[in-house]
Design a protein around this ligand. Structure first.
Ligand code: PTJ
Length: 241
């Protein structure tokens, strides 16, 4: 048990959530490495949601609210860290959650579905052999015919790389959350929120709720993902005093 008084309480509690995810069969063992990489980038932005992330959150909210068939993709890390917030997002957007993992495991797919159901999800789609995403060779190509296959926008936080490009080549828009502004996913997505998912997802839900209450807030000035990524990288490279 980590005492709340510990200066790194939140970071340690988040690590615990990932470790628990592995123990519960939700998260891949590789997920621990992915988490460590995320932590390093988070340190460089001061473990705070920066202006470039807030701008991307607003753009993501508009894009997701304007979607005709949005789908929310869930992997083992996301499910361990923010299951309730993912369910809230799905409910707000009236969109299905779809399990889609890189490290193939039927058992883990089922564990993720179970965890999402326990977090309150009604509609959890599973990957099938009936629909296949083109331009990709690994496990993430198997999708649900009623979900990612038909989606116009896919929300894919903590992506592993080439699926984002496959989704874009298939004519879909992609919104992601990725602490690494240099990753292929970050560069390929339409909107990249460079922030820790544990901070960014509640903010995205709040923004969507605000826009649903006041649709005038949905109007937004031009969004440039490239410039957002550049600002994120500059912040990380700035020497810290
Ligand atoms: O459950 P699976 O099999 O689909 O596997 C999921 C992981 C995340 C293990 C898999 O997709 C993977 O290996 O991803 P990568 O290639 O390590 O990429 C994950 C990206 O997410 C990296 O750029 C990390 O910096 C970033 N990241 C890690 N933790 C967080 C994060 N971004 C935001 N918030 C985090 N908490």
């Amino acid at each position: 048990m980590i005492p709340r008084s510990h200066p790194r309480y939140l970071s340690l509690a988040t690590r615990d959530a990932i470790v628990k995810g592995v123990e519960n069969g939700v998260t891949s063992i590789h997920g621990l490495i992915a988490h460590g990489r995320g932590e390093a980038f988070d340190y460089l932005i001061g473990e705070k949601t920066r202006a470039f992330a807030k701008e991307a959150i607003r753009a993501a909210a508009v894009m997701l609210l304007k979607a005709k068939r949005p789908v929310i993709s869930v992997n083992g890390n996301v499910c361990a860290l923010v299951p309730k917030e993912m369910v809230t997002l799905a409910k707000r957007l009236n969109a299905p959650l779809e399990v889609n993992i890189f490290h193939a495991s039927k058992r883990r797919e089922a564990a993720i579905k179970k965890a999402l159901r326990e977090a309150g999800a009604k509609n959890v789609l599973m990957p099938t052999r009936k629909a296949k995403l083109p331009f990709i060779d690994h496990n993430r190509k198997w999708v649900n015919p009623e979900g990612i296959a038909k989606a116009d926008i896919v929300f894919v936080p903590l992506e592993d790389g080439d699926r984002c490009l496959a989704l874009r080549k298939s004519g879909k828009k992609v919104v992601t959350i990725d602490l690494n502004p240099l990753s292929r996913t970050a560069k390929t997505a339409n909107v990249t929120i460079v922030d820790n998912i544990i901070r960014a997802l509640p903010l995205l839900n709040q923004e969507i709720e605000k826009m649903q209450r006041n649709t005038a807030a949905m109007r937004m000035s031009k969004y440039n993902n490239k410039s957002v990524l550049k600002r994120a990288e500059q912040e990380m490279r700035k020497s810290k005093e």
